[in-house]
Design a protein. Structure first.
Length: 154
């Protein structure tokens, strides 16, 4: 997917002793060529704007000066595109008939400005609010009936 010539990172090394350090090879997803070959320790910034939205893996292969290797795989998810929210259907739901849906998609803008238009997703009122309202009204009716039957001021 991403050739090594597409630079996806910026680095800052923290040491000048390169011969005694482990070498790091960084791979994105199932690429055969590493996106970077670095000497540890290193500060690393991955530019995810060149990756498609979705699940990815960062595979780090470390080789010490004696030739021993260690591997760490870090799964992550990129979400640079517009956020999508849906009301009325949940993942893995079993449905039949006509299902009313409300779908909203909005972009985040860039790092300097925020897009306010469409960033709020209207949602339906949760069922527990209605249950609390019914319980409160029932209590108010009960309270009204019980206090009015007792004549406190004769």
């Amino acid at each position: 997917m991403l050739p090594i010539s597409n630079i996806l990172y910026s680095i800052t090394t923290t040491s000048d002793k390169m011969k005694d350090l482990s070498t790091l090879y960084l791979f994105i997803d199932d690429e055969q060529q590493p996106i970077a070959r670095l000497n540890a320790p290193v500060t690393f910034e991955l530019d995810t704007t060149r990756l498609v939205d979705g699940k990815h893996t960062l595979k780090i292969v470390s080789r010490d000066p004696s030739g021993k290797e260690g591997i760490r795989i870090v799964p992550f998810e990129v979400r640079n595109g517009p956020a999508i929210s849906i009301e009325g259907l949940k993942e893995e739901a079993v449905v039949d008939g006509i299902v009313p849906l409300m779908i909203n998609a909005y972009g985040k803008g860039d790092q300097k400005s925020f897009l306010i238009g469409g960033s709020e997703t209207p949602q339906s009122i949760p069922y527990w609010i209605f249950i609390l309202l019914i319980l409160f009204v029932a209590w108010a009716i009960y309270y009204g009936i019980t206090t009015s039957s007792v004549n406190l001021f004769k």
